[in-house]
Ligand binder design. Sequence first.
Ligand code: ADP
Length: 241
Amino acid sequence: MTALEVENVGFRYGARTALSAVSFRLEEGQFCALLGPNGAGKSTLFSILARLNDIQAGRVTIADCDLAAQPLKALAQVGIVFQQPTLDLDMTVQRNMMYFAALHGLHGARARRKIEQALSLLGMAERSTEKVRTLNGGHRRRMEIARALIHEPKLLLLDEPTVGLDAETRRAITDHVHNLAASGLSVLWATHLVDEVDDGDRVIVLHEGHVRADATAADLAGNRSLVDAYLELTGAAETSL
Ligand code: ADP
């Protein structure tokens, strides 16, 4: 099964082109970093994949379903973590998760079982009775990732999920998500931080709406550092250095 296929996707905001003929394919269980500086088009692509933006040009297939022709079936296979947190701070972890489960048609004992499984995957099971407000930023993010897994999607999309977190917490979250990919989930992780990419990861470099490279991090770097390769491709000043 192909988890995600993006074929010649283009997008414009009026006269401004945000994406130009973007194409790539993600297989089952692959972790892929979508690396690009601010303005590269990452959020625009995620909005298309989440159906917040229409597909203006090209075609998107998710878990072998055409996103335009079968949007509900395709989106049922997707878990999404957006840049901006969307948790109710005054509810407990469990209640936030139950609310989201209900949106996916999951209720009662079945929902509770799926929630517990998802929280366990992120090392958050013991936090379920705590109010979100009492959790630190890293735990809130882990909870959002767990929430995106309740309905057991095939594809997990994360849009700069570690923004605002310290280095240690970022590492813990990237490690958790790599483990999810190792167990069969396909992951597209948007970031502008080169240090979130591991040597063995696949990396798609997006710049000014174009795919500039699609290779493993090690191949992309060659005999230089990945940061140097990235700077050469994008001329970006923004790295995690
Ligand atoms: P990234 O997520 O990689 O930072 P975006 O997808 O947010 O990139 O932006 C890609 C391009 O589209 C940028 O040039 C940005 O200014 C432009 N853009 C994004 N959102 C809008 C919008 N709502 N209206 C007009 N232009 C936008």
